[in-house]
Design a protein around this ligand. Structure first.
Ligand SMILES: [Fe+2]
Length: 390
């Protein structure tokens, strides 16, 4: 939020745990919130990988009883949330622990809200619509991507209207974020790539956003450096703990930035790719990022030159415009090296895209995110950008 005199607020979780093994501190941190019975909101594959067992063991060891809820969709819905709330109430839980990728964390945030506020969740769609107060909330990401563990956003599909709702509110910022890179060691290369480019997109978009502020901008450049220097290695060798840690920290820092600065055109255009074609969020951003950067460059030359520096490009002696070009080339080469596909490779050709692309462009504009971009597009320009991504 911005005050009338231009003052800004900057919000984050009260406790952020980082580094290999920090999951072990989760039990004490959860108990400190007054939780003695947590609903663990997660996805079935994590139950199978052992991550859920590990998390519940540390919670139980700290005297926090656990009930597991793992019936969530990859694109979570209001029905998933209501089913989880019913489980929460039946178990007599008094806190929520989200464990997983963005889907699990977004669901957990909404469960913590619905545990104390009436439904339907559509009451809270938009910005700052949730009254203060929710159940204690701990967020444990298992991918280095969304930054949801520190953000004020949750995105859910409203089953009643079949639309994706963005809910943005300080109320959903978790109390505790637990960013343990050990949980990402088994992520396969395509997940590492799309999650990593999603995080890079958060950092780049929050840096160039019209709603950036000095605190968010310094974090954004730091995140760009960490991600730019480590994504290739984390993708090539998933067991490289140093690279995994840098990616986990980079995604978290990017989240700290964009939750206080907002995202821009890439995210505005990415959401319709998910809604119309089911392309996962990280991949949607990844296929669009280089094209949108090239489009935006004329209005963000100075910022892109700084991004090039943060990506480790040698820009001494170059003009600002040439340095900005290096940022775009560096991001293109990073996406290529970690094998980000084009839309055609995802089964979306011209025949599939063109019948719906005008509606997608309108949805992108309606989201409000494109208005944060330094170069604000017309609908026809968004259509052209989707075509470039084929
Ligand atoms: Fe994102």
């Amino acid at each position: 939020m911005t005050s009338a005199n231009g003052g800004r607020e900057f919000r984050l979780p009260g406790l952020i745990l980082t580094g290999p093994g920090c999951l072990g501190q989760t039990g004490a941190a959860t108990a400190e919130l007054g939780v003695n019975h947590a609903l663990v909101v997660t996805a079935t594959p994590l139950r199978e990988s052992g991550a859920v067992d590990e998390a519940t063991a540390v919670l139980n060891a700290a005297g926090v009883a656990t009930t597991i809820f793992d019936e969530i969709n990859a694109e979570p819905t209001t029905d998933d949330v209501e089913a989880a709330v019913a489980t929460y109430e039946a178990a007599g839980a008094n806190g929520v622990v989200g464990l997983g990728g963005g889907s699990a964390l977004d669901t957990a945030k909404a469960v913590a809200v619905r545990a104390v506020h009436p439904g339907p969740l559509s009451l809270y769609q938009g910005q700052d619509q949730i009254p203060p107060g929710r159940a204690p909330l701990v967020a444990i990401p298992t991918t280095a991507g969304t930054g949801s563990e520190v953000t004020r956003f949750t995105i859910l599909t409203d089953r009643a209207r079949d639309v994706k709702m963005l809910i943005g509110s300080a109320t959903v910022i978790p109390d505790v974020a637990v960013a343990d890179p050990n949980l990402t060691l088994t992520a396969p290369p395509p997940v590492t790539a799309s999650a990593g480019i999603d995080a890079l997109t958060h950092a780049i978009e929050s840096y160039i956003s019209r709603r950036a502020q000095p605190l968010s901008s310094s974090l954004a450049l730091s995140a760009i450096s960490m991600i730019g220097a480590n994504l290739r290695q984390a993708w090539a060798n998933g067991q490289d703990l140093a690279a995994r840690r840098a990616m986990m920290d980079g995604a978290l820092v990017a989240g700290m930035s964009f939750t206080n600065a907002s995202v821009a055109l890439v995210h505005g255009m990415a959401r319709p790719l998910g809604a119309y074609f089911g392309v996962p969020h990280g991949l949607s951003n990844a296929v669009l990022l280089p094209h949108v950067m090239a489009y935006t460059a004329p209005e963000a030359t100075g910022q892109y030159a700084e991004i090039a520096r943060a990506l480790g490009e040698e820009v001494a002696g170059l003009s600002t415009a040439a340095a900005a070009g290096r940022a775009i080339a560096a991001v293109q080469s990073l996406c290529s090296d970690v094998e980000v596909p084009g839309l055609t490779a995802l089964g979306i050709g011209r025949d599939q895209l063109m019948p719906v692309v005008a509606a997608m462009a309108n949805d992108a504009l309606d989201s409000g995110s494109p208005a944060n971009n330094p170069r604000v597009p017309e609908a026809s320009e968004i259509v052209a950008l989707y075509e470039q991504a084929l």
